[in-house]
Design a protein around this ligand. Structure first.
Ligand SMILES: C[S@@+](CC[C@H](N)C(=O)[O-])C[C@H]1O[C@@H](n2cnc3c(N)ncnc32)[C@H](O)[C@@H]1O
Length: 418
């Protein structure tokens, strides 16, 4: 990752240039360097192939914070967060900004530690954590002993001293070692990381992980899921949809707590413990188009007419040549239409189009209409993103096998606010 070195140099200069928090220019740079900048620099400097081969995709600090918000962690009088594949330290920064103040009020120090195979990331982590301290009125600590370059799949002392693991491990496919009982051949590195975490941490350790959805839903990982349930209690699973707008992989978060004693291999249902806080009908009025073309007379005002045939999914429709007279309900933009029937070979189950037309339209009954209760075009765009996610496809597949969607099913689809 030598391409990342110039960013590390910038961070070094920032730490060296600290002359007090009143230096607003310094403060501005410091805030951006502990937020999105580390990921931006990674994307712009390191070629995608190289990032893929070591599974280097950093978690947005805001997503990290949002995930911590959804779990209730237990803290004793010693709190140590460890990320075995820490990248530039984003998740540890999230943990610090989330809990440090709260814990210091109880006189508990929050410690963080991290490992990664790339020295540039470890350097960036140390410097970014120091910048975090400087920004938050703490003397900058020397993090040399807390961050080291090593393979996080191997045992190390950080595992033993951790009270909490917060990680988004690499997702690339690697060869499972012979000692692994739940798989052979190539598997997701993320599954191996959870296995290593379970093997190396103490009972009671709380593990919050961001993982690829295939581990939750794929039949290939059934044995892995049973293995995890044997050694850990499983708290809420949260579907997060696509990892970020640059990375087309669906992810979920889960909190695990390592058990004192392994129990019987259990088949904990990784689907029913999903907390889906909202569904499509919480944000959209869902109905079926009112025009039955071969039955309804061509009477009334002539308006643009939307039909399913030829309608392109995942686009914005601003004009249609097709018009028709009708006496029924007209619909004003913006809204989303979903095809009731997807064809064989379609990649997605609920194929949606955003309609932004200057005048009201009639909609054919082969389309389902989703009108935002509030939020206009912005809400519609979020809906399109959510409907396009693999999690939606999987959810629909689990509900109905046939290719025909109903208003009831569409209304119940989980809404992933991505
Ligand atoms: C998906 S990134 C996540 C980084 C960080 N946890 C975050 O969320 O921003 C995975 C990280 O794992 C590192 N990595 C890959 N294989 C590793 C291994 N065997 N041991 C330690 N780190 C590894 C990569 O260099 C990369 O920084």
């Amino acid at each position: 990752m030598k391409e990342y070195k110039p960013f590390v140099k910038d961070l070094q200069a920032l730490v060296a240039g600290f002359q007090g928090r009143n230096d607003l220019q310094w403060k501005e740079k410091a805030i951006s360097s502990i937020n999105g900048l580390a990921s931006h620099e990674l994307r712009s400097r390191v070629p995608l192939e190289e990032r893929r081969s070591s599974g280097a995709f950093f978690t947005d600090t805001l997503l990290g914070s949002e995930i911590l918000n959804s779990y209730k962690l237990t803290f004793g009088n010693r709190v140590v967060f460890y990320d075995p594949a820490c990248g530039a330290g984003n998740l540890l920064i999230s943990a610090k900004s989330h809990y440090e103040k709260q814990l210091s009020q109880k006189r508990v120090r929050l410690e963080v530690s991290g490992t990664d195979i790339h020295s540039e990331f470890i350097d960036a982590s140390k410097l970014r954590l120091s910048i975090f301290d400087l920004l938050h009125q703490n003397p900058a600590k020397d993090y040399s002993e807390q961050f080291i370059v090593t393979n996080g799949l191997q045992p190390n002392l950080f595992y033993e001293s951790a009270t909490h693991i917060f990680t988004n491990p690499p997702f690339n496919q690697i060869e499972a070692s012979r000692s692994i009982k739940w798989a052979t051949g190539k598997v997701s590195a993320a599954a191996l990381f959870i296995d290593a975490i379970i093997n190396n941490t103490n009972p009671g350790t709380e593990i919050i992980a961001i993982l690829p959805d295939v581990l939750r839903s794929g039949s290939r990982y059934q044995k892995w899921r049973a293995h995890v349930s044997k050694y850990c209690e499983i708290d809420n699973i949260k579907l997060l949809g696509q990892f970020d707008s640059f990375t087309d992989v669906d992810v979920f978060s889960v909190m695990l707590k390592k058990k004192n004693l392994a129990t019987e291999e259990s088949n904990h249902d990784w689907n029913t413990s999903v907390v889906n806080p909202s569904k499509v009908s919480d944000f959209f009025d869902v109905s079926v188009g009112t025009v039955v073309d071969n039955r309804d007379p061509h009477e009334g005002i002539k308006r643009p007419y939307l039909i399913s045939r030829g309608l392109k999914g995942w686009t914005e429709l601003r004009h249609t040549d097709l018009k028709r007279k009708h006496k029924g309900k007209m619909i004003k933009s913006p809204f989303v239409v979903v095809k009731r029937t997807s064809r064989h070979g379609d990649n997605h189950r609920a194929i949606a189009t955003l309609v932004v037309m200057p005048e009201p339209v009639y909609v054919d009954n082969h389309l389902i209409v989703l009108k935002p209760l509030k939020g206009g075009i912005k809400a519609c765009k979020k809906l399109l993103k959510s409907l396009k996610s693999q999690s939606t496809d999987k959810w629909i597949d689990d509900q109905i096998r046939c290719r025909h969607l109903t208003v009831k099913v569409v209304a119940e689809i989980p809404f992933f606010d991505l």
